[in-house]
Ligand binder design. Structure first.
Ligand code: SF4
Length: 689
């Protein structure tokens, strides 16, 4: 390992080193060197490293140099996983190509993406051959991609630059698990997804996202090639993503969609795959009739099942989730729902067996592939439903919930109480080295919360996990100030939305726009936006509101390119926005970002704490909110030149004891408590400096 040691690696980062020579604007940062050195040691000693690297440390370069050199020297693949598409793009389009200049060596990196990103030749050719009826918008979409589809080498949707109204139709040509013909696909030699998977074999560095990494873990590593070295960037959300990925769903619309592929009737008549087969194979007429009857009755029973579950909802659950409690098991509605569920299982099993009989007759024909796919989907739905309804619902280490939309129950889902345990068994235990890094992992300089949630605390005893905290190199004393407003009414009070809107309007005018406002509740966002909009129009302030003025990317682009604009949003806007300089001058936090207890992830964590005799607020709600608060306030200062304000409209930050956990976890130390009426004067004073 002569060529790979901390000294060699850190020399790249020296003030006169190769980074300085090759990367324009490179600045030597001790924090970056420390991180690169620790990652190098983690690879050499086959250890795990958990590191918080504050904004501006330059974490991607700090892990890329050791990762690439290690992959080359050891002939080992290093997998790098990110959460957001933005970071994945930054890595593959900028940071990794930069490394070729810095290292002066050739290496292979490949981006591993989910199959939904790739054009499926089989779907596309069926459409081009006129085998699928298209809506007018779908036809326009196909016309718009015809040329690209013939020329593209990657088949990756990211090459397309169509309007979002057309891109919404991408699904009709996108590869998907249910319709993929696998070995029997006539286009497998041209399949873009298969080509991508093949190219991974030759890669030194694989860049992927958490979703694909977790899917690969769940299917026993059948997507990614074997790897033993893993870097997880944006690691602060990893346990949440694991929770979501480990969840199973029993969904009415998924099942009905598959049944409708088989058979559906409307005013125009009867359609679907069975109708097509009926004409082609008139000899199986009675079997077709049996299948149609079973499909009909299965849909009806399912509808009844979900109708009965609806009885458990209160007004509060109208559009959210309802976590099932132990006491629900004995309720009338649950007992009735269980009866209906069993009836549905019987009907679907019978339907599958009839479809199997049909499949035996036609499997060697061209039509057989489609039936195989339908059969596989129905079998999976039946299996997942049985795990949720017959096993998980009673188990202490699982959580089960109802998903609701507009007052209807649309699915039953369940997941693990402790995703960390599964990660330990199925991911970490197979690795030689693991690096987990993010700008927000530590709470009051401690990693205990992250280690517990991610399941890494189980390695603590064998000294395999090291932690490293590298603070941001920015001068927060000079660059940032926080005002906490102490006289905003509680959200339940009638004057809440009016008061918040009043504070914001003043602030927008004084700042002249370039304000990001972070909300925690959709109803509050909607109410405040409705009050603000007329006045913003009058004052030539461009108000950009999530759910009202466009998608995330569009809103951020508009915010960047429109002077005097303000951006207001919920969860996705608390992270993943990186706006330097004058574009963003102020971040407003309406409420501390505690998750609603109805969120199944939150409920699972709370239940898990109780099983461990721990206080759920102390051990989950509070540190979880503190990490999100850190993310939100972290949007403000993104470079040495930035200067700005954070305004918090939630006085619990000052009045409650737990407020110190939030304040001690962020780098802004210049914090002032103000009344609403004092705010304009203090903002003006800050702007003068
Ligand atoms: S192998 Fe699957 S994804 Fe690829 S072209 Fe064929 S059906 Fe589509």
């Amino acid at each position: 390992m002569e060529g790979f040691n901390p000294k060699v690696i850190t020399e790249y980062f020296a003030p006169e080193g190769r980074m300085a020579a090759s990367i324009p604007g490179y600045r030597y940062r001790e924090e970056q060197v420390n991180l690169a050195e620790s990652i190098t040691n983690a690879f050499i000693d086959q250890e795990f490293l958990v590191s918080e690297a504050g904004t501006g440390v330059g974490k991607t370069y700090a892990y890329l140099i050791p990762a690439i050199l290690w992959a080359q020297e050891q002939k080992e693949k290093v997998v790098i996983s990110t959460r957001t598409r933005a970071l994945q793009q930054q890595l593959t389009e900028k940071d990794i190509p930069d490394m070729k200049k810095v290292l002066g060596t050739e290496f292979v990196f490949v981006e591993a993406k989910g199959r939904e990103n790739f054009l499926c030749w089989n779907k596309y050719m069926r459409i081009v051959a006129g085998r699928k009826r298209l809506e007018p918008e779908e036809r326009r979409f196909i016309e718009a991609i015809l040329r690209w589809a013939e020329d593209t080498k990657s088949g990756d949707r990211k090459e397309l630059t169509l309007d979002s109204s057309l891109m919404n139709k991408w699904g009709i040509v996108a590869a998907d698990r249910k319709s993929c013909l696998r070995d029997s696909c006539p286009y497998s030699d041209k399949c873009f997804r298969l080509k991508m998977l093949k190219s991974l074999e030759k890669a030194d560095i694989i860049v992927t996202n958490h979703a694909l990494l977790l899917s690969d873990m769940l299917v026993e590593n059948s997507i990614l090639p074997k790897y033993s070295y893993l870097i997880i960037d944006e690691a602060h959300t990893f346990d949440r993503e694991a929770f979501d990925h480990l969840s199973l769903r029993f969904s009415q619309s998924d099942i009905n969609e598959t049944l409708q592929l088989l058979f559906t009737r409307d005013k125009q008549g009867e359609h679907g795959y069975l109708q097509y087969l009926r004409k082609k194979y008139p000899g199986f007429s009675s079997l077709f009739t049996e299948i149609v009857d079973l499909s009909d009755s299965s849909s009806k029973i399912l509808q009844n099942f979900f109708n009965v579950l609806k009885k458990s909802l209160t007004d509060k659950d109208y559009s959210y989730t309802r976590v099932l409690q132990w006491q629900d098991q004995e309720t009338k509605w649950m007992l009735k729902a269980m009866d209906l569920y069993l009836e549905w299982q019987n009907s679907i099993i019978l339907l599958i067996s009839k479809l199997n009989s049909l499949n035996d007759e036609i499997k060697e024909t061209e039509e057989g592939n489609e039936l195989e796919n339908i059969l596989q989907s129905l079998s999976e739905y039946s299996y997942e439903a049985s795990v949720i309804m017959e096993e998980n619902i009673d188990q202490q280490d699982k959580i089960t919930w109802l998903e609701c939309e507009r007052g209807q129950v649309v699915a039953v889902a369940s997941s693990e109480l402790d995703a960390g345990q599964v990660l330990h068994e199925r991911l970490y235990s197979k690795l030689e080295s693991l690096v987990m890094v993010s700008a927000t992992l530590a709470i009051e300089e401690s990693f205990d919360y992250f280690l517990t949630r991610s399941g890494l605390n189980t390695f603590k005893g064998d000294d395999r996990v090291n932690t490293l905290l590298q603070q941001s190199p920015f001068n927060y004393e000079q660059q940032a100030r926080m005002f906490i407003i102490n006289d905003i009414p509680e959200p339940g009070e009638r004057s809440f939305a009016e008061t918040v809107a009043g504070v914001l309007e003043n602030l927008f005018l004084i700042m002249g726009g370039q304000v990001l406002v972070l909300f925690t509740a959709r109803s509050q966002l909607k109410d405040v936006a409705a009050i603000l909009r007329p006045d913003c129009d009058l004052n030539d302030i461009r108000l950009l509101v999530q759910y009202e003025d466009g998608e995330f990317r569009h809103l951020v682009d508009e915010f960047i390119h429109t002077p005097r604009s303000v951006l207001m949003g919920l969860e996705t806007f608390w992270e993943g926005i990186d706006l330097k300089g004058e574009i963003l001058k102020c971040v407003v936090i309406i409420r501390l970002p505690f998750r609603p207890p109805t969120d199944p992830y939150c409920s699972a964590a709370d239940r898990y704490c109780r099983l461990q005799n721990k206080n759920g607020f102390q051990h989950f709600m509070l540190p979880d909110a503190a990490v999100r608060f850190k993310q939100g306030t972290g949007r403000l200062i993104r470079s040495e030149e930035d200067r700005g304000l954070v305004v918090v409209l939630d006085s619990r930050l000052e009045k409650k004891n737990y407020g110190r956990v939030f304040k001690n976890s962020i780098p802004i130390k210049d914090v002032l408590l103000l009344e609403t009426k004092q705010l304009p004067e203090y903002i003006k004073e800050f702007l003068k400096k």
